[in-house]
Design a protein around this ligand. Sequence first.
Ligand code: F6P
Length: 547
Amino acid sequence: MKSTLKPLTQRPAWKALTAHHKKIKGLHLKQLFAADSKRGERMTLEAAGLFLDYSKNRITNETLKLLFKLAAESGLKARIKAMFNGEKINITENRAVLHVALRAPKNARILVDGGNVVPEVHAVLNKMEAFSKRVRSGAWKGHTGRRIKNIVNIGIGGSDLGPVMAYEALKHYSDRSLTFRFVSNVDGIDFVEATHDLNPAETLFIVSSKTFTTLETMTNAGSARDWLLKGLGRNPKAVVKHFVAVSTSAEKVSAFGIDTANMFGFWDWVGGRYSMDSAIGLSTMLAIGPKNYRAMLAGFHELDEHFHTTPFAQNLPVLMGLLSVWNTDFFGAETVAVLPYEQYLKRFPAYLQQLTMESNGKHVTLAGKKVNYQTSPVYWGEPGTNGQHSFYQLIHQGTRLIPCDFIAFGQALTKLGRQHDILMANVFAQAEALAFGKTAEEVRVEGTNGALVPHRVFEGNRPSNVILARRLTPEVLGKLVALYEHIVFTQGTIWNVNSFDQWGVELGKALAQRIVPELESKATPKLKHDSSTNNLIRHYRKLKITS
Ligand code: F6P
């Protein structure tokens, strides 16, 4: 697709935003709120059961107008259409980008190379459902005839972060008679700790890898096979009952020794970090059951429809994507803190790190030109209120501007006295404190005097979004993930980068493959790296021998 777009910084809306930013950057959120008594009600948006309060961003009506203009000048509408139409917008890999097809209803039609992919999606879903029912009911037996009690997902990146996040997020809905573990790191300890208390006769491994070549996953899968065979009398036939695979490569699955009848496929048009609702979600379905899993897909789909069809001014992901561009490129914010006030979402920030940064951590445009603006900020975070007692100090009084996304729910999944109200009071208090701070005068009035005053001042004027939903259900989790997927899409479109490749992970992988034999060889290897790398390798070889 030849682009007719102007470079980002030459678009009229970008130039206007630059001038506008100069004008309003000195305004404090206090002033913005004082000037408009309805701001806190006006700057909110509700869609698909998610309520967003974005009033505590450093914006005016004019900012919003210009940001929507920027979206229009950046061709966002056409690009959304192109994605939903199955066009090959991942140009560096010549692939369509169709995670939205994974949650499309049965009767939808989404074409890739002239073929409708929706029936295939539903065929895999049905296969996952039949398998999940057999495992959950005990009909699927292990090699020795015992029922499966433990499920271990082996995968990394998108083949791990989504499954582990979803399992933790939806634990409330999971079958507690099953034990779930997730092995990702090539550090052997990950595997050892995940399996040390499991009985191989009752353990099922899901080897999840889109490519089925990833070093970490294949190494761990090999260790799992050895562990299983050791525990089950070294009968290779045992593998069939204890290993299933999720992959796009039947050939490689079969070469590993897994029966392709027990393989759950997906397609090259699903990116790893966009795959938690493909067959990569098999562990999720085993945990929460097919019905809940389908509810999660329905949640995803509802947000997809919202993104696809809603005008920008009422479009949640578009708005949030644009606000993050505003904070990143105009206010110079380098990071975004994602702060779920919901312990079940403890892995959500880690999941978002891959989604956001592997997607938009790019230094060249779609046309391969170096960008002259910032692309993805660093996403990070921890659940509240824990973070409040660790890094929030920096967010409140440090020297950096850190926009925050607070995520919270109207109802706790399990009520415990007053705890949910206390939790929620903290969400609102944090967003309030960040925005409005506390002046020296207010500190003095409280009785603090002299040298201590500046230490107790909060400048405020720190932006945040608050997202509220009724309860953390499978459906709502689907909506939240889709929301961030489409925020990433919006950002990537404005920044004019390819949000769907990840060449940046390749160099390290290739170098590691070269270094492995240098660490393992009995003879002293001839090292041809830089002097630091050579020295580190030599040092490691010494440590290895003497330890
Ligand atoms: O190294 C990055 C990456 O390619 C991710 O994009 C992907 O999610 C992960 O590795 C795992 O890949 P696979 O599912 O092919 O094992």
